[in-house]
Design a protein around this ligand. Structure first.
Ligand code: ZN
Length: 80
């Protein structure tokens, strides 16, 4: 699961460049850099708990969606 964010440094200089990020790797302290200006982004340590929570919710939501697709026209009603 990759996401792209616009590079803030490039945007300041009126350019557009996207930085590819792998959310799971961010949690492990990975840095991702802009292919154009080589600025790197990483997760601030204080954002870790919130980020991890959000990522878990998102993953959970993805699983629910996947489940709905699998169940097709006979979804289970007591879903949690
Ligand atoms: Zn850049």
């Amino acid at each position: 699961m990759n996401i792209e964010i616009p590079c803030p440094t490039c945007r300041e200089h009126g350019r557009t460049s996207m930085i590819m990020i792998e959310p799971e790797l961010l949690l492990h302290g990975a840095h991702f850099s802009c292919p154009l200006c080589h600025s790197s982004v990483a997760l601030a340590v204080k954002s870790y708990p919130l980020y991890q929570q959000s990522l878990e919710k998102y993953t959970h939501y993805q699983m629910l969606t996947q489940g709905l697709k699998t169940e097709g026209e006979h979804p289970k009603l007591n879903r949690r």
